[in-house]
Design a binder for this molecule. Structure first.
Ligand code: UT7
Length: 344
């Protein structure tokens, strides 16, 4: 093993900064897709039901020989290129995932090795579908304090690896993907507001019961499909709408504006009906609401950076605009940011 790199400027002594931004973004969706028709061959469902109840037409799936760090790497490289930053310029890597390559070591360390930037501190964080927002919040704290200067935040999940394809309620929802951002002092998406929260009383609403210290893997746990994700869909639906709406209301109030004043609102892409319900509760015009789930399904921690990246590709991020993003998922945990778009 090579010795860690030496940095000329030790980050703990860098000065605190007032503004913090996303300097580059990228996302990756694996090429293989699963259509509703394919799912209807294995469970009692239909293309029509899935489209009507979720808005999803297809989802992406990682290749047999791939893992979360592989798609995280593709997204990270795209974000670094977009930011014009080399991996060795990073001084922190935060990778949000619920589907690590292995329990030990962290997926962030696999990613760091792939990026070839030894010495850069790297860790995973778990906040379900709001993981990217949690990572962004912590990156913001790290950069603003002066403790770190350039943080790579990645949200990456391969939920198809933990999906129960015998459960028609959940197997229709999930797809794989990764999204990444380089967070630093200067950049084109300035973070004006950031807030995170959680309520562990809802911990059993989305969970994988086995494979941890509570219920280690055994032949019985595997036979009972307890290593797959279980979801209390109807309950999660209601809490997701309520909590994401509240987050956006709080963010708007903190900035002295109304939710309908945001130029773009990007909720976690869990179900098109959830996103529509959030928009209607807040009085956000349909043109200002991002519903971008039809080709991806719910990609968990990757959902927000993918939706944000695609909104940018579609020309929906214009200089001067204010964009609100809000994640929500297992925990229950949520995260909300408001970004001001600058010229890039
Ligand atoms: O952000 C966190 C991540 N997770 C989520 O956000 C999930 C949130 N929940 C949802 O997206 C929705 O609740 C689901 C898509 C999971 C389910 O949709 P729903 O409109 O809430 O359906 P439901 O659970 O109220 O079920 C209605 C009916 C039931 O049949 P009965 O009991 O009325 O006869 C279900 O068995 O639909 C049935 N059903 C299905 N039918 C065909 C459930 N899943 C399917 C299916 N195909 N795939």
């Amino acid at each position: 093993m090579q010795s860690p790199q030496t940095r000329s400027e030790p980050s703990p002594f860098a000065p605190a900064v007032d503004t913090c931004s996303i300097a580059g973004m990228g996302y990756f969706l694996p090429p293989d897709t699963v259509t509703n028709h394919q799912l209807a061959l294995t469970v009692e469902t239909s293309d029509e039901w899935i489209i009507e109840r979720t808005g999803i037409h297809q989802r992406h799936r990682i290749a047999q020989d791939e893992a979360t760090s592989d798609i995280a790497h593709r997204a990270a490289v795209a974000a670094l290129v977009d930011a014009g930053v080399s991996p060795r310029d990073l001084d922190l890597i935060l990778l949000a995932t619920a589907t690590p390559d292995t329990p030990v070591p962290s997926t962030a360390c696999y990613l760091q090795a792939r990026l070839d930037c030894p010495g850069v501190p790297s860790m995973d964080l778990g906040a379900g579908c709001s993981g990217f927002g949690y990572g962004l919040h912590m990156a913001l704290a790290a950069v603003r304090s002066g403790m770190h200067r350039r943080v790579l935040v990645v949200g990456a999940d391969a939920l198809t690896r933990v999906t129960n394809y015998g459960d028609r309620q959940s197997c229709i929802l999930f797809g794989d993907g990764a999204g990444a951002a380089v967070v630093s002092e200067g950049g084109f998406l300035e973070v004006l507001y950031s807030s995170i929260g959680a309520d562990g009383r809802g911990a059993n609403l989305i969970r994988i019961q086995a494979g941890g210290s509570r219920m280690p893997a055994s032949a019985d746990s595997v036979a009972a499909s307890m290593h797959t994700l279980e979801l209390k869909g109807r309950e999660v639906f209601k809490v997701a709408v309520r909590q994401m709406s509240e987050c956006i209301r709080d963010a708007a109030a903190a900035l002295g504006m109304a939710p309908s004043d945001f130029d773009l609102v990007i909720p976690h892409q869990a179900n098109a009906r959830i996103v529509e319900a959030v928009g209607s509760q807040l009085g956000v015009h349909a043109d200002n609401l991002v519903i971008d789930i039809s080709q991806t399904g719910n990609t968990a921690a990757a959902s927000i950076p993918i939706a944000l990246g695609r909104a940018r590709e579609h020309g929906r991020l214009k200089p001067g605009q204010l964009v609100a993003v809000v994640g929500f998922g297992a925990g229950m945990a949520w995260a909300c940011q408001v970004l001001r778009v600058h010229e890039k």
